[in-house]
Design a protein around this ligand. Structure first.
Ligand code: PBG
Length: 324
């Protein structure tokens, strides 16, 4: 059937028609809100390159949790700024480290909130790399043990799910192993399966104070040019026992989200990262785009590409918009 017999505009006439045939939806329960936690008391400092996002102290977490839950955002992912950094990132698995304290506080004050933890060393190493350095390199196998210890310490503190973001080979199996050995076989792993070496992490590295002090992350994060390699990474993670596969960043990698959606049947998450958030905020602040519409359109595009779950600094704003 072709024009003039078929007229697609018939079904775009008004909002009732449009919503009747709408193919993709977002709900607040699919959004994960990132939180940056730092030592101290009564601290709420706005991150300059991420307007509207704050680094907060542990005592501020209960308020955040309440706000998220009241908006229907049931999940948060935690990032920590430790008191001290060292070469091995030992603050990542310290018993009373910043994240371990944050998990306990949240599970205490808001037990219904799902607490996901980012498992990585870059915020805890003095050199800012995601693993320990042996010679001049980030040593893969030596890092695995530290990551596993970190994931276990999160589970012991009460985390509901762990999310390794370091991009070391074999870390999902290593983490699955240590969790199972310690009776945490019911704690799922959301793997940052396809994490590209991206310029869009810039604002996050300010927020979490984790920029590498030498070199860059291209020897462990993926080359943005590659998509077949993404399928290989995903196959490995599935075989190693991942429960959810994440793609990061999101907007420049919609094709990767769609490919993973097609090839795998595990839930897919997309991380709408700091730089993607900052771009929308900056353009909106200049009056160049409509912030709310650009946010909604962007997050919808991730769902349309095939993401089940979206990690985003816009989680609360989007949830507020969905309420209206
Ligand atoms: C830790 C980590 C990073 C992000 C999430 N986990 C930084 C990085 O890999 O450099 C980035 C998140 C964002 O930009 O919003 N490795």
């Amino acid at each position: 059937m072709v024009f003039p017999d078929y007229r697609p505009r018939r079904l775009r006439k008004n909002e009732a028609f449009r919503s009747l045939i709408r193919e993709t939806h977002i709900s607040a329960s699919q959004l994960v809100y990132p939180l940056f936690v730092l030592p101290g008391k009564n601290i709420r400092e706005e991150i300059p390159s991420m307007p509207g996002v704050f680094r907060i102290s542990v005592d501020q977490l209960a308020g955040e949790a309440k706000e998220c839950l009241s908006l229907g955002v049931n999940s948060v992912i935690l990032f920590g700024l430790p008191e001290q950094k060292d070469a091995m990132g030992s603050g990542a698995h310290a018993k009373s480290g910043i994240i371990q304290q944050a998990i306990k506080e949240l599970k205490n004050k808001a037990p219904q909130l799902m607490v996901i933890t980012d498992v990585c060393l870059c915020e805890y190493t003095d050199h800012g790399h995601c693993g320990c350095i042996i010679g001049n390199e980030v040593d893969n196998d030596a890092t695995l043990e530290i990551l596993a210890k970190t994931a276990l310490s999160h589970a012991q503190a009460g985390a509901d799910m762990v999310a390794p973001s370091d991009m070391m080979d074999g870390r999902v199996a290593e983490i699955r192993g240590i969790l199972d050995e310690n009776n945490f076989d019911s704690i799922p792993i959301m793997s940052y399966t396809v994490k590209y070496a991206s310029a869009f992490y810039g604002p996050f590295r300010d927020a979490a104070d984790c920029a590498p002090q030498f070199g860059d992350r291209r020897s462990y994060q993926m080359d943005p040019a590659n998509s077949r390699e993404a399928l290989r990474e995903a196959t490995l993670d599935v075989d190693e026992g991942a429960d959810i596969l994440m793609v990061k960043p999101a907007m420049a990698y919609l094709d990767i989200i769609a490919r993973l959606r097609e090839e795998f049947d595990l839930p897919i998450a997309a991380y709408h990262v700091s730089g993607e958030y900052a771009m929308i905020k900056a353009a909106a602040a200049n009056g160049w785009i409509d912030e709310e519409k650009a946010m909604a359109e962007t997050l919808l595009s991730l769902r349309r590409a095939g993401a089940d779950i979206i990690v985003t600094y816009f989680a609360k704003d989007m949830a507020r918009l969905l309420r209206r």
